[in-house]
Design a protein around this ligand. Sequence first.
Ligand SMILES: [Fe+2]
Ligand SMILES: [Fe+2]
Length: 357
Amino acid sequence: MSLTDRYSLKPEGLEHRVDEAYEAIFNWQYSDSRTDLLQLYDKGKRMQWDAQTRIDWSGDIDEGNPMGMPEELFALKGMPLYEKMSDKEKGVVRRHHQCWTLSQFLHGEQGALFCAAKIVQSVPDLEAKLYAASQTIDEARHVEAYKKLLEKFELAYPMTGPLQELLDQVLRDSRWDMTYLGMQVVIEGLALAAFAGIRDHATNQMAASVNAYVMQDEARHVAFGRLSLRDYYPQLTQKERDEREEFLVEACYLMRDRFESREVWAHLDLPVDECVEHMKHSEGQKMFRTFLFNRIVPVVKDIGLWGPRVVKGYEQMGVLAFADVNVDALQAQDEEIAAQFDARRKHIEEVAAVAAE
Ligand SMILES: [Fe+2]
Ligand SMILES: [Fe+2]
């Protein structure tokens, strides 16, 4: 099934093209000295999974709340206009907003697929090329999983402007490290935090499982960015590092704004500015926007892009305290939680088998 007829808001054309220009680098050394990257590559190979079979796609969907998210986490919760709506009207707004969110994940995953494939060719080290190839198949699987989820929810949205803008910029940049910085550090770091909110709160098992399993892979992708960049950035000149820091601060602001979901409110004939204003001031949304950065900030510090521009930017965004988050511990936890999802499904199937005897 294609998503063409599921778009609530039609995308501008069914394709979007980006001009890229970068060098494909052959490496004849076939070096194996980057054991950290090779270990990650081995892990990537060992932890492959099949989205069709690992997830139980047979469940029912609650139309007014497809992901089964708690009402208090909804973006417009507490806004008088929303609170006055009937349950049915609220359900429509919730469904559109959830499908918009998942659509951004889906399109972002397609972007990640391109970025991983671009790194395969453009990064100089062979160890990194091998790992990026394993990430490429991970991203294909993520596209598959989110597409299937949207198919179940029967509603899709085009890619939001700020995300498209950042992806286009990252793809057009010919410097290999900028692909990592935009994708592995900013977009995937932010995605991890957004996925976690769904994994930990959704009562719909399909939505929770997709996010838990994708997170298990994404944690490796963020680690890949860290390992590759923290060796590279100290070798650059201060001017070159400054350019990266400038990009980083702009990209973080752009990504924070992408969560305003203006096109959903506009499509549903809601007052867009009022909705965005509500989200800016609601305590729950403020926490959400801050939490989005708990995975990015410690990685940025770790890769050595920690000049005054970045520190000031993060201070203004109120996310500087995340600098000391232990990302290794979070990654271990992501893997543990994915294993718990597997165990729960196995248990349910065993109980069902006994009941059927
Ligand atoms: Fe992904
Ligand atoms: Fe990824």
